[in-house]
Design a protein. Structure first.
Length: 260
C-alpha cells in the first residue's frame, strides 16, 4: 500500500468543491479529494451520503452544478468525450444483451469504443476464460461481477470505477474478487471503489474518503484513521474475538473459489 512519508505518485483525479443539488436537497456539498496514479481509493458512507452522485459527476453521467473535476489533466465538464475514453465504469449484469455470449459482448463493447479487443485476454484477467461462450444469465453472482469488471476494461482505461463490486457475494467469491482488483492495480491502473464492507476497505484501499450528508468527513489511509481514533481514547464496549464466523467458514471450506 501507499505509505505516508514516501514519494507519492502523480495525481490522476482532482475533485475540487464539487456541488450537487436536487431541489431543496444538497446531495454533494463542496466535496474535495484527490486520487493518485495506481492507487486503490475507497469512498465510504451510509446510504444517502452522496457517494453515487459524486461518482456520476466524475464519470460524466450527471452534470456538475459547481466545482471542478480534473481527470488525467482534463476538465470533466469541458472534455467529457476524452474523459470517457480514459475511464472504465462497472456495469450491472442487466445492462448486457441477453442473447450474446461473453466473448461476443466484449467484442461488441470494443466496437463501441472503436477498439479491436482480445476477449479471451480480457476474460483471463478476471479468470473467466473458460466461460467465453456462456451468457451472462448463466453465470453465478461472483462470475457476473467479474465479467462486469472485464467489460469495464475494454477501452484499456487509466481509471476504473467499481460501485460496491462484492455486494451479495459469498466470502470465497468476495476474496477472489479482491485479488482481481489488486491485479488490475498491479498492471498500472487506478481504482476508485465504493463499498459497505469496512473489512474490504481496510484490506484493499490505500486511502479512503468517508462521506456523510454530502461532505467528506475524513480522508486518509485506513490505518491512519484507526490510529487517530485509538489515540483519541476510543475503546470498544466489548473486546473483538480473535476469529469470527467468516473465519470459520473459510477455514472449513477453504479460500479457493468454488464455482459450478
Amino acid at each position: 500500500m501507499f505509505q505516508t512519508g514516501v514519494s507519492v505518485s502523480p495525481v490522476i483525479l482532482a475533485v475540487n468543491n464539487l456541488f450537487k443539488r436536487y431541489g431543496d436537497l444538497v446531495a454533494v456539498d463542496r466535496v474535495s479529494f484527490s486520487v493518485h496514479c495506481q492507487e486503490i481509493f475507497g469512498i465510504l458512507g451510509p446510504n444517502g451520503a452522496g457517494k453515487t452522485s459524486t461518482l456520476e459527476m466524475i464519470e460524466t453521467l450527471r452534470p456538475i452544478d459547481a466545482g471542478t473535476v480534473i481527470l488525467d489533466g482534463l476538465d470533466v465538464s469541458s472534455h467529457p468525450r476524452q474523459v470517457q475514453q480514459r475511464i472504465g465504469v462497472q456495469l450491472q449484469s442487466a445492462s448486457f444483451f441477453e442473447k450474446l455470449n461473453l466473448k461476443e459482448l466484449l467484442l461488441l463493447l470494443g466496437e463501441l469504443y472503436g477498439r479491436v479487443v482480445d476477449p479471451l485476454e480480457l476474460l483471463s484477467e478476471v479468470d473467466l476464460q473458460d466461460r467465453a461462450k456462456a451468457q451472462v444469465e448463466q453465470l453465478s453472482g461472483g462470475q457476473q461481477q467479474r465479467f462486469s469488471i472485464a467489460a469495464s476494461l475494454v477501452n484499456d482505461p487509466l481509471l476504473v470505477f467499481l460501485d460496491e463490486p462484492t455486494t451479495g457475494l459469498d466470502p470465497q467469491a468476495r476474496r477472489h474478487l479482491w485479488g482481481v482488483i489488486r491485479r488490475i492495480r498491479s498492471e498500472g491502473k487506478t481504482v476508485v471503489l465504493t463499498t459497505h464492507y469496512m473489512e474490504e476497505a481496510e484490506e484493499l484501499c490505500d486511502r479512503v474518503a468517508i462521506m456523510d450528508r454530502g461532505r467528506i468527513v475524513a480522508d486518509a489511509p485506513p490505518r491512519t484513521l484507526i490510529g487517530d481514533l485509538l489515540a483519541s481514547g476510543f475503546k470498544k464496549e466489548r473486546v473483538e474475538r480473535l476469529a469470527n464466523l467468516e473465519d470459520v467458514f473459510l477455514h472449513l471450506t477453504g479460500h479457493a473459489l468454488q464455482e459450478d
